[in-house]
Ligand binder design. Structure first.
Ligand code: AMP
Ligand code: ZN
Length: 459
């Protein structure tokens, strides 16, 4: 029996013991990126958090007993517009963007399909693309129309929201509130303002596929249908966990639930719904207009991916996270300290219970990291950190990579900060000043505060 994992379920608004539908096969789905532009650091949050859940489930149930599907949205208005602007096909645009995304998240220590899949066995990690699942979308859309849950109007296929008595059960929004929200510019062909698009006609020049329901003109899918199609194909009609950012609860996840349940006649689409909180930057909403929009690539220019991963995991996944320079500096110090302790020690064969336990409590990473910090046995520390996707490098690999893109040798800086701390503790002010000058010559400023010494690159 696997130790008990408890998860907070958006569907029930409660934390409960997790029990997979099939005890030998845990199935989990996460809504992945829309690949039209470089991913930002907010997009990295669900990727990192649900990567950690995947690792934990693999630990609890066995590597061959967990399937993770994280989709790629490779058709949508923004993608179409960007490809048209550049005069390339959407496939050319999305292939290039996806490749860059993969490089970004790999640097963040995220498991990739190639890391976990085994030839000749059922795939453990799939990354389905929407445009490869048009056939499944047709099957679901045709099924919904046949069951009286969808209708064809003006070349569109629309989901008939009032046909589902318990629509809204996930987001728990009152119907009149949803209706008021939907009333802005209601398309004339909708029977109810809440009805949403399953399929729509393509305008000239837009990507197009043969349409379902006998519609003669080619068209393209709505956004929500793709996740119903991909999760069905890879995980089945009902599965265990469905995850994504909190912004997706309504309408995206609500509409996925409506499509899948009404098509397959099930009482739930996924048993457990997990949603990560939002990321903001230095206390402000991240946006292009505010000039504080940070891509994963921007972060990786200045920091090792592992530092960014730790900075992300320090906050519980359901809380909002404030992405700050200070947070990154703290994470960098922690990583240095741990590597210093661990050296090239191999991980202990069993995980430290003190680290595992908080993770079993709805992925309490903040508490797990505090416990890691308390460990002084290098092998236990390494095993615990590895479960979190941290301290995966050997000393020599780190030494080679220690000169950062910005030209800063973080390990050297940390060593000097430590030497300065020791000099100050010994009240050797001359030595302390010499180290400060050496750091300044490297372009590093140090600041002593209540929480200890922090450093930053002089701009
Ligand atoms: P998108 O590419 O916008 O569909 O987003 C991909 C994923 O990133 C979704 O799960 C979103 O909920 C999530 N996401 C987008 N922005 C943020 C943010 N600022 N903080 C946390 N998650 C985000
Ligand atoms: Zn989705």
């Amino acid at each position: 029996m696997a130790p008990m994992l408890r998860l907070y379920n958006t569907l029930t608004r409660e934390k409960a013991a997790f029990a997979p539908i099939d005890p030998t096969h845990v199935r989990m789905y996460a809504c992945g990126p829309t690949v039209y532009d470089a991913a930002h650091i907010g997009n990295a949050r669900p990727i990192i958090v649900f990567d950690l859940l995947f690792r934990l489930l693999r630990h609890l149930y066995g590597e061959a007993h967990v399937t993770y599907a994280r989709n790629v949205t490779d058709v949508d208005d923004k993608i179409n517009a960007r490809a048209a602007e550049r005069g390339i096909t959407i496939r050319e645009l999305t292939d290039g963007t996806l490749e860059a995304f993969h490089a970004d998240i790999r640097a963040l220590g995220v498991l990739m399909p190639g890391d976990v899949n085994v030839a000749g066995e059922r795939p453990r990690f799939v990354e389905p693309r929407a445009t490869d699942h048009i056939g499944e979308m047709h099957t679901i859309i045709d099924g919904l129309v046949a069951a009286g849950h969808a209708y064809v109007a003006a070349g569109h296929v629309l989901f008939d929201v009032p046909s589902m008595p318990d629509y809204g059960a996930l987001s728990k929004r009152p119907l009149d509130e949803m209706e008021a929200g939907a009333r802005v510019e209601v398309a004339p062909y909708k029977r109810s303002p809440l009805d949403f698009v399953l399929w729509k006609p393509s305008k000239p020049g837009e990507p197009a596929w043969p349409s379902p329901c006998g519609i003669a003109e080619p068209g393209r899918p709505g956004w929500h249908i793709e996740c119903s199609a991909m999760s069905w194909k890879h995980l089945g009609e009902r599965f265990d966990i469905h995850a994504g950012g909190i912004d997706l609860i309504f309408p995206h996840h609500e509409n996925e639930v409506a499509q899948s349940r009404c098509c397959f006649g099930t009482d739930v689409m996924a048993n457990v719904w997990l949603h990560n909180g939002f990321l903001q930057v230095e206390g402000e909403k991240m946006s292009k207009s505010l000039g504080n929009f940070i891509t994963i690539r921007d972060v990786l220019k200045d920091w090792p991916g592992e530092v960014a991963r730790l900075a992300m995991l320090k906050t519980h996944y359901r809380q909002p996270i404030d992405w700050t320079l200070r947070g990154l500096e703290e994470a960098a110090r922690m990583i240095e300290r741990w590597y210093g302790l661990v050296g090239d020690t191999p991980p202990a064969p069993t995980l430290p219970e003190t680290v595992l336990e908080p993770l079993l409590d709805d992925l309490n990473t903040a508490a797990a990291l505090a416990e890691l910090h308390r460990l002084d046995d290098p092998a236990a520390l390494k095993a615990g950190a590895n479960l979190l996707g941290l301290l995966g490098q050997t000393r020599s690999a780190r030494e080679q990579g220690s000169i950062q893109a910005a030209g800063i040798d973080v390990a050297r800086v940390e060593a000097l900060i430590e030497a300065r701390r020791a000099a100050r503790a010994a009240k050797d002010w001359a030595a302390s000043d010499r180290v400060r000058d050496e750091l300044l010559a490297m372009g590093i400023a140090v600041k002593d505060g209540k929480a200890g010494t922090t450093w930053s690159v002089v701009s």
